[in-house]
Design a protein around this ligand. Structure first.
Ligand code: PHE
Length: 450
């Protein structure tokens, strides 16, 4: 017999965990740098459309399927299907989602490790260990490997604890800290000279870019990545929501927190770039393009911190701790996907499953680190721009066409007697059935035919 399923102890517990998963490097690093590189507010506008009109309904599809089936993401679509073929396709989709989760974790852990390395560099710098501080901040395979292993070990340790003692407990501690640090950093950065130019660049759109096919696909990928969709994370978190808790309001809150933090993080990173430029740090390359995204966080921002004198090292420490925390609440949610599958479908003890799968993913990260130029970019593009939206599309198809309308309604009614009179029930079922899948397909087609 397998162990009883975990469950979040409260709405707040779920919110902290799901927002923790959603809010990560995608919001605080990916989003602002895409904004900066893609016509400023033009990207923001398209992103907001994608997030509210495609990603949010897809998130609801995952949460509802998750709670309805109360099983892991690999088996869930199969569980709601009735015909042989839809069972097979459902299983295949869940499996691809799980592989995507593993691939995402393998590159995400490297990035997260860089954040932790820079935090360590600032900490050692503060206590005067300048040689170590330099090593921690210098880009090398050895450093990447060490910090990826450290980061994955932390992730594994938390996931071994399970839903309440691991995921919920740690997210409930880390998320409030994250929001407080974010606000403190923004208040500080906005007092720097040059920062207001950044605010302007961020908020004034260059509308000529809005129809750029790459921008549209980029914004869709960003929205799915940011809401942790198309890999089964939200489905599995949905399966841990108690039947007392209202799915519609929870899904709405997670979306608003995630989008809100991405938009607010833009107010930190973009003004910081312009403040750096004001202090003589270069932020555009010779061709007038924004310095590529890794350079932005790891050269532009540290260069800004350097120009601040003694306090700069401290601000840098706070900033990179902030990034590491954001990453950690995301990595745990990704690791939960394959672990839940191994525990539930293959009867593996949780600790053993977590260590084995976490170890295998760390190995995959090591392979990426040592073949960085060939693998890193490809893995990111394939998983975030293609796999996630396509698996997300299938989730919508299963929620809209395979799960009976009546089962959907019963699921919503468990926590809200009046669900059928609400706006959500009037719009969402038809929307997720037709408009969402069609819109996701159109976004892809316009890219291929442009
Ligand atoms: N949403 C996370 C971020 O924005 C990344 C993530 C993707 C987490 C997929 C879980 C699953 O950084």
């Amino acid at each position: 017999m397998s162990a009883p399923r975990g469950e979040f102890s409260s709405k707040l517990g779920f919110l902290m965990a799901a927002a923790g998963s959603a809010v990560g490097l995608g919001n605080i690093w990916g989003f602002p740098t895409q904004v900066a590189g893609n016509g400023g507010a033009a990207f923001l506008v398209v992103y907001l459309l994608m997030a509210f009109f495609l990603a949010y309904p897809a998130l609801m599809a995952e949460l509802i399927i998750g709670r309805h089936t109360k099983t892991n993401s690999v088996k869930a679509l199969q569980a709601i299907a009735s015909s042989n073929i839809s069972k097979k396709v459902g299983f295949a989709t869940g499996f691809v989602g799980m592989l995507t989760a593993c691939a995402i974790l393998s590159f995400y852990a490297i990035l997260a490790g860089w954040m932790a390395a820079h935090a360590t560099s600032s900490a050692t710098g503060l206590v005067g260990m300048s040689a170590s501080s330099e090593w921690f901040a210098s880009q090398s395979s050895a450093r990447s490997l060490v910090f990826t292993v450290i980061f994955m070990s932390l992730t594994i340790a938390i996931i071994c604890g399970g839903v309440k003692q691991g995921i919920e407990k740690w997210c409930s501690r880390l998320m409030p800290a994250l929001i407080m640090i974010l606000i403190a950093l923004i208040v500080y950065v906005l007092t720097l000279e040059g920062a207001t130019d950044g605010v302007r660049a961020y908020l004034v759109p260059d509308f000529s870019r809005v129809t750029d096919p790459n921008l549209i696909v980029g914004a869709m990928g960003q929205a799915f990545f940011s809401l942790s969709l198309g890999v089964g994370t939200m489905l599995i978190y949905g399966s841990y929501i108690s039947e007392r808790d209202d799915l519609v309001s929870l899904g709405r809150s997670v979306t608003l927190i995630d989008i809100g933090i991405a938009v607010v993080a833009g107010l930190l990173v973009i003004p910081a770039m312009y403040a750096a430029q004001h202090n003589g740090v270069q932020i555009y390359d010779a061709d007038g393009y924004l310095i590529e995204s890794a350079g932005l966080i790891f050269t532009v921002l540290p260069a800004l911190f350097d120009t601040m004198g003694g306090g700069g090292m401290f601000v840098s420490l706070v900033f990179f701790i902030f990034m590491s925390v954001a990453a950690l609440t995301s990595t745990i949610s990704v690791l939960e996907v394959p672990v839940a599958y191994a525990v539930e479908s293959h009867d593996m003890p949780r600790t053993r499953a977590t260590i084995l799968i976490g170890g295998a993913i760390t190995l995959a990260s090591a392979i990426i680190i040592f073949n960085f130029d060939t693998l890193f970019g490809i893995v990111i593009t394939v998983t975030t721009q293609y796999s996630e939206p396509l698996v997300g599309l299938m989730m919508c198809v299963y929620a809209g066409w395979v799960l009976q309308r009546n089962s959907l309604l019963q699921e919503l009614k468990k926590s809200n007697e009046n669900a059928e009179h609400g706006l959500f029930w009037k719009i969402w079922p038809g929307y997720v059935r037709v408009i969402c899948p069609a819109a996701i397909l159109i976004v892809f087609l316009q890219k291929f035919f442009s």
